[in-house]
Design a protein. Sequence first.
Length: 267
Amino acid sequence: MSGIIDPIRAAIDRVDEEVAHVEATSRAFERFDAEVRALDPASLPNGGGGVPATGEVTPAAPTVQQGPATAEAEEVRSLFEETVRPYSVADLEESEPLTATMSEELGEGIAAVLDPSTPGQFTAEVQQSIHSAVEQRQAELRAMERALDIERESLGESLERLEGTCEWLDAADERPLSVLGFEALRERHERLETHRNRCETVATDRQAVLDRTTSEGAKTGLTHRSLVAYLSQERSTTFPELSAAARLDAICTECQRTVRDHLTRRA
């Protein structure tokens, strides 16, 4: 019976793998942000560059300053390529231009300003925009980490419960029904019903988890179903715990039917 629940173990291993990847990505963003903030941005003439007179910075759409690309802008690209890019493209089958990766991770505006084909400069506004973009990505990664913790706990609980059912069925198979008396048959029928209820509970609890959304701040939300779909891209089944619960429930139902036949003949 253990083969029925082996896919759940594989799903847990996949979660652990993704946890390690998310933690490494978060550290990469942290290093990237620290090194970018340590750079000296270009000073702008006449107080330009999209920074309001109040001194507040508007990070969402940094202004492109005309002029040659600065050495600092190229340094930012190099820092991104060294720190964040390896984790961003880890699951891509084909290579991706650096600007495309930066656009995906930091936003199109920042990527356009820092692209060497455009006359953008690394200004204080761009620096703040990068910091804000990194903060948003870190919030998304924190939501991902929490969702992965929830997923691992849910899969672990499903595995533990269904593992108990598998072990009981394996042990029960060692005693043929023909050697059991009436009371023993009735007890087995009741135990099978208990295990069917357990399978139903596993499915119900799992569905409740799948319907959840994990949030980090007002703008970041991750639906659990989308997370599971992402994690199971290379697996044959998206929901191995639901599949195992359904299969074990069907086995228990068939066993109950056989036990009832024996009870009827001995009544």
